[in-house]
Design a protein around this ligand. Sequence first.
Ligand SMILES: [Fe+2]
Ligand SMILES: [Fe+2]
Length: 273
Amino acid sequence: MLIAQLTDLHIKPAGRLAYRRVDTAACLARAVEAVNALDPAPDLVLLTGDLTDFGTEEEYGLLMELLRPLQAPLFPIPGNHDARAGMAGAFPAIARRAGPGPFLQYTVEDWPVRLVGLDTLVPGSGGGELCAERLGWLEARLGEQPDRPTVVFQHHPPFATGIGHMDRIGLAGAGGQAEVIRRNPQVERVLCGHVHRPIQARWAGTIASVAPSTAHQVALDLREEAPSAFVLEPPGFQLHRWDAGAGLLVSHTALMEGFDGPYPFFEDGKLID
Ligand SMILES: [Fe+2]
Ligand SMILES: [Fe+2]
């Protein structure tokens, strides 16, 4: 089973650059092309939030146009830049899966690894939250199948990254989530977005990670008072490969720019490995 994770697409209205610099639509088009070219192809694609920049209908319209060529099924959850109503309109099957509650969160049962998507959105806030209701839902879902390998995916990471301005818009309720996850060792990963860089931490007895954005990255600046800034480092996405025989989920970061190669490993006219 192969899971592709795309995050922080930040789609703007057509023709508009994000922050006057980033053509997020062109970035997503390249990411879609790169995912479609993968061999083996991913079974599904997780979109871990900030799909649009302002959550407008126009942005969701362009987002869906850009995602249409993607061959694998899509499982999105909202980020702080999204709007639940706009997302539900763009992804009606996901809204049905989430049901009538106030949050866009749901499980996916169709593959060997079970997926649990969480909604950390707090409208009007950059930070996220897992309130008692959302944590209760998570605990109940994990309790249903305690022996099945499970991936939790959400926008806001539950750990502080050391990038001060991002940690200040972190996840309220992360302590409560840690307690739930600790009680559920079947959770192989907590896959997140929001921080626009590849980051990993051992957290609550599992691995919590952030994937790079398909567009701009957050500057790697670990000063407490680091100014909020982005850099145009190579964008990317992640691939999480479940090896059922070994019981291992292994994560790779893929960059989608055109680099030289691949070349064979030659030394003195002989092929080595
Ligand atoms: Fe973002
Ligand atoms: Fe975010």
